[in-house]
Design a binder for this molecule. Sequence first.
Ligand code: ZN
Length: 75
Amino acid sequence: MAFRQDVDGEGDFGFDVLLACPEDDCPGPAWTPVYNAGDLYKAYRGALDNDEDLICTHCGPRTEIGSDDLLAEAS
Ligand SMILES: [Zn+2]
């Protein structure tokens, strides 16, 4: 687990937390925003692994995983 500050320019949250991509066989790390210590704790426990805000650097947003639309702007 790692943290980054708002490096993708969305500007609506302070930190992302690094998670494994929920997709099997995906090599890419995924990020999901955390807003407070409670979210951080949930991420630590794995509760955010399927968070709808999760964005995989390889697959794209969680909501689009399974489609062919890659998140070009996040790479
Ligand atoms: Zn992925």
